[in-house]
Design a protein around this ligand. Structure first.
Ligand SMILES: [Zn+2]
Length: 129
């Protein structure tokens, strides 16, 4: 029990170091997950690498609980697939997740117009589709 506590404490500290302003950015990370899960299947390690390409350094200890929580809330559904000798959990957005993403897109557009007022919609912005 004690060991588990210290291990998870160490993980929390490591994650704090890796992802600054985590509370503030967690919503972006969730939406990023939802975006890819709406496009197709994804699994944890792939998502960690994808987020890494966008400058978010998340460990498995942060991402997996996020995926589980999103599944509990009905945004994602998962199934287990064999990957070589081990098993891999594959995630996909549910219809509720897609609805939530559509709403979040509207809100993001609105927020970005306010927060990034000088940004031209189709010039110099990197769109990730
Ligand atoms: Zn992406």
């Amino acid at each position: 029990m004690r060991t588990t506590f210290f291990l998870s404490l160490r993980r929390v500290i490591r994650d704090l170091v890796h992802m600054e302003h985590q509370d503030l950015l967690a919503g972006f990370v969730r939406l990023h997950i939802l975006h890819h899960a709406a496009e197709g299947d994804l699994y944890g390690q792939w998502m960690i690498e994808e987020l890494g390409r966008h400058g978010y350094k998340l460990s498995a200890g942060t991402l997996y609980p996020m995926l589980h929580a999103m599944e509990r809330r009905g945004y994602l559904t998962s199934r287990t697939e064999r990957a070589g000798r081990s098993q891999r959990r594959i995630y996909r957005a549910t219809p509720l997740g897609c609805d939530a993403l559509a709403l979040a897109r509207e809100r993001m557009r609105e927020l970005f117009h306010e927060v990034l007022p000088r940004e031209e919609p189709d010039h110099g912005s990197i769109s990730h589709q």
